[in-house]
Ligand binder design. Structure first.
Ligand code: GLN
Length: 479
């Protein structure tokens, strides 16, 4: 087995047993990236020097003896929306093409404290707006299973890097599905925690009330390791809370497990092969003794409309800071635009710095928030959001876990949906409701269609990540 194929826990064991050094591991990944990333384009920045120096420190720590944290020496890739001090942080946008992060995000501080080895920053849809990776200003990432297909998005590079053994694990973000959907397309495991369980300090905001930081890994066990390392209250993020998941963790008994299958997630438009694989997975749980029942989440059909009002509204506010003065790309220094007043700088810098999808969402959001339309759109959407949340709350009175497909189809072709925003938005149909409700969910591979991976989504109640992990692991171990 190649070093780059190891899971976090296998690599950790190898380091402890001195089968290889952290430097060996780091070099193996850097070599893999050199060989493979020309084709895949998972990375926007490879931080070779940083990685090598971090690996060396871990080897010194190991040589001294003492306790070695689980993530020490394990190479990780970071979505280019999270700040790593001293490295570029572009958000996949031309407007931040040369922006260097002045500080570490809290999750990065936590990883560094464990001795993580940071390989680089991963490609993504611009400011996390997209479901295919094609919206990166720097070019699309390819799906390692089929280079003519998308890896999903917006954490496109993070999922592709893990799937192609160019990182042992990766951090991503999920606002409408951006961890789970690319995980489904790339055959990786992707955990989106409960809203507030992981700090967002140092994450460039897309939609503050829906943004979540989470992990993309090779196994469920690894996903739990990373989640445990990055979770917790942070005084720098007032929406963060102490995760109570460990306090609640008990070993599940499969014959006491009540699983709900939402009928609204098996609708017209879903690929029949995806439905078959997900239903087969559900049957596995049933055969092992779990009690499966059909449930209803009646407001699911409004989730996409709700999401695509609330998200652009918050985007229009969050993108206001990129004005050509405070951050990044600016026409001030441009020779093309000489006689400029301030408004001219704002308008031209934003028009040239932002891509099409970002501009579209700013326009939709500004419109939906404007006086006279606010009540009809934003306020209404917030009310429907509450109904969607209540659907889940009611369901979790009856069941412990909800199982569903992560996405309606496997990975689609590059270029297939890019000129059709509505079709692209519909990719989030099974993932966005969970973000709107703020509940935890994981996508795990449950089979393949013509060599393209399909994801099973395991959704849990607030702060019950441990239950989600346990249920997901049962499937992983009994596939
Ligand atoms: N596809 C969704 C969107 O474009 C999800 C993005 C995300 O989760 N960051 O908004």
């Amino acid at each position: 087995m190649e070093l780059t194929e190891l899971t976090i826990s296998q690599a950790h064991q190898g380091l402890l047993k001195k089968e290889f050094s952290a430097l060996d591991l780091c070099k193996a990944y850097l070599g893999r990236i050199k060989n493979r990333d020309k084709e895949i384009f998972a990375y926007l920045t490879v931080s070779e020097k940083l990685a090598l120096s971090q690996a060396q420190k871990v080897d010194e720590m190991i040589a001294k003896g003492g306790e070695i944290p689980l993530l020490a020496g394990i190479p990780v890739a970071i979505k280019d929306l999270l700040m790593v001090k001293g490295l570029k942080c572009t958000a996949g946008s031309k407007i931040l093409e040369n922006y260097i992060a002045p500080y570490d995000a809290t999750v990065i501080k936590k990883l560094r404290a464990q001795g993580a080895v940071i390989l680089g920053k991963t490609n993504m849809d611009e400011f996390a707006m997209g479901a295919s990776g094609e919206r990166s200003a720097f070019g699309p990432t390819k799906n390692p299973y089929d280079l003519t297909r998308v890896p999903g998005g917006s954490s496109s590079g993070s999922a592709a890097a893990v799937a192609d053994n160019m990182a042992c694990y990766a951090l991503g973000t999920d606002t409408g599905g951006s961890i789970r959907q690319p995980s489904s397309f790339c055959g990786t495991v992707g955990i989106k925690p409960t809203y507030g369980a992981v700090s967002r300090y140092g994450l460039m905001a897309m939609c503050c009330s829906l943004d979540h930081v989470g992990a993309i890994t090779k196994t469920v066990e690894d996903a739990k390791i990373v989640f445990d390392a990055i979770k917790g209250k942070d005084s720098m993020d007032s929406t963060s809370v102490e995760s109570i998941s460990n306090a609640k963790a008990q070993m599940l008994k499969i014959n006491e497990l009540k699983i709900g299958i939402p009928k609204e997630y098996f609708i017209e438009g879903i690929d029949p092969e995806v439905e078959r694989l997900v239903r087969e997975a559900v049957k596995k749980y049933e055969q092992m003794g779990a009690k499966v029942q059909e449930i209803s989440l009646p407001h699911t059909e409004y989730a996409i409309a709700t999401y695509y009002i609330i998200v652009p509204c918050e985007i229009s506010a969050n993108m206001a800071r990129y004005d050509g003065i405070k951050y990044g790309y600016s026409t001030v220094k441009s020779k093309k635009h000489k006689s400029q007043d301030l408004l001219d700088v704002y308008l031209k810098s934003r028009a040239e710095g932002f891509g099409e999808e970002v501009r579209r969402r700013i326009i939709i959001g500004t419109y939906a928030l404007s006086s006279g339309y606010y009540d009809a759109y934003y306020l209404k959407a917030q009310k429907v959001r509450t109904l969607i949340k209540r659907d889940f709350e009611k369901a979790f009175e009856k069941v412990d876990i909800i199982l569903a497909p992560t996405t309606p189809t496997p990975a689609f072709k590059i270029g297939e949906n890019v000129s059709d925003p509505l079709t692209m938005y519909l990719c989030d149909v099974f993932t966005a409701p969970l973000d709107l409700a703020g509940l935890p969910g994981i996508s795990i591979p449950c089979g393949k269609i013509n060599n393209l991976p399909v994801g099973l989504q395991v959704m849990g109640n607030y702060f019950e990540e441990d239950k989600v992990f346990q249920v997901a692991q049962i499937f992983e171990e009994n596939k």
